[in-house]
Design a protein around this ligand. Structure first.
Ligand code: NDP
Length: 296
């Protein structure tokens, strides 16, 4: 029997814990966790993401401050805003919604955010901490961190001795995912567009994470029987066919579900966990700012 991993339910559990811990922090110290979300321009998808992050922050009892900036803002002006937020002790998390307009160097902007407020986990310091196993003080990128919780929930056991294959090597998903799995004692292979015999590699995976951005690329017969399959991909298909568009993952869900032991659906799998883990990171930052150990 295949288990469909319910990301919405798992995210609901995480958010409930964050909300309770935020209440405790506020009662004990008066520190209200606060996240500043910066959006540049009018990209509709970015606007949807930013408003859902703001809503979730409020649900957790946080203060959420949105800075909506014109598309033609200069890089210098954006950096000046981030430096102001870095210096503001009432702000615990800073997030710049990507992508940024072409005239702004996204890499430079990410490195401008203070590492201790980098709740996206993209700053070199946080990347380095994850790479060296300093997980207690690192901010781990939200999508892989959420995927990891789903894997642990699905397996209900230690990952030692299991083979994990991560398809995709982006800095945002693939690489941090691989590091988390390695930290958890899985034996990890990272595949990408130059990998040979991807299907064969995937067939050896007890844990298969797809973070590619190609609709239903991972076929059912690439999945080892009983494997845990985490589909990070979000692909909108059908827009040009005149029909109603829909979201699909990087895994051919129906055929993969016939072989997997547990699998995330799209939507309703990894997506809700990403935003929940952003709340976890912001809460942790607020605890640290108040001189307390973040709840585990
Ligand atoms: P990127 O485009 O940055 O990376 C894609 C990776 O897939 C690259 O490493 C690329 O290899 C690899 N790849 C591309 N084609 C193939 C192929 N044919 N065979 C093997 N590997 C291939 O994407 P992201 O990591 O940012 O995102 C991946 C997916 O996850 C997207 O669908 C995105 O929308 C989704 N996503 C979902 C989130 C969520 O909250 N659920 C959050 C973030 C992303 P190479 O490096 O060689 O080019």
């Amino acid at each position: 029997m295949t288990t469909v991993i319910d990301g919405k339910a798992a995210a609901g559990d995480v958010v409930a814990k964050v909300k309770a811990a935020a209440e405790q922090l506020i009662c004990a110290t008066g520190v209200v966790p606060a996240i500043a979300v910066v959006i540049v321009g009018q990209d509709p998808a970015s606007q949807v993401y930013v408003s859902s992050k703001g809503r979730k922050a409020k649900e957790c009892g946080f203060r959420s401050i949105e800075h909506a900036l014109a598309a033609d803002i200069s890089e210098g002006e954006l950096i000046a805003l981030l430096e102001k937020l870095n210096a503001d002790p009432s702000i615990h998390g800073i997030l710049v919604q990507l992508p940024l307009p072409d005239h702004i160097d996204a890499g430079k902007i990410i490195q401008t955010i203070a590492a201790e407020k980098d709740v996206d986990g993209f700053h070199f310091i946080n990347v380095g901490k994850l790479g060296t196993g300093e997980l207690k003080t690192a901010f781990v990128p939200c999508t892989p961190a959420g995927s990891m919780l789903l894997i642990e929930r699905a397996l209900g056991r230690d990952l030692s001795g299991l083979n994990a294959v991560v398809v995709g090597r982006s800095n945002i998903v693939g690489k941090p995912m691989a590091n988390l799995l390695l930290n958890a004692n899985a034996t990890v292979t990272v595949a990408h567009s130059r990998t040979k015999d991807l299907a064969g590699l995937c067939r050896g995976a007890d844990i298969l994470v797809a973070a590619v951005g190609r609709p239903e690329m991972i076929k059912g017969d690439w999945v080892k029987r009983g494997a845990v399959v985490i589909d990070v991909g979000i692909n909108r298909v059908g827009e040009n066919a005149g029909g109603k568009s829909k979201l699909v993952g990087d895994v051919a869900y129906t055929e993969a579900a016939e072989r997997a032991g547990a699998i995330t659906p799209v939507p309703g799998g990894v997506g809700p966990m990403t935003i929940a883990l952003l709340m976890v990171n912001t809460l942790a930052s607020a605890y640290r700012a108040a001189g307390r150990m973040p709840p585990s």
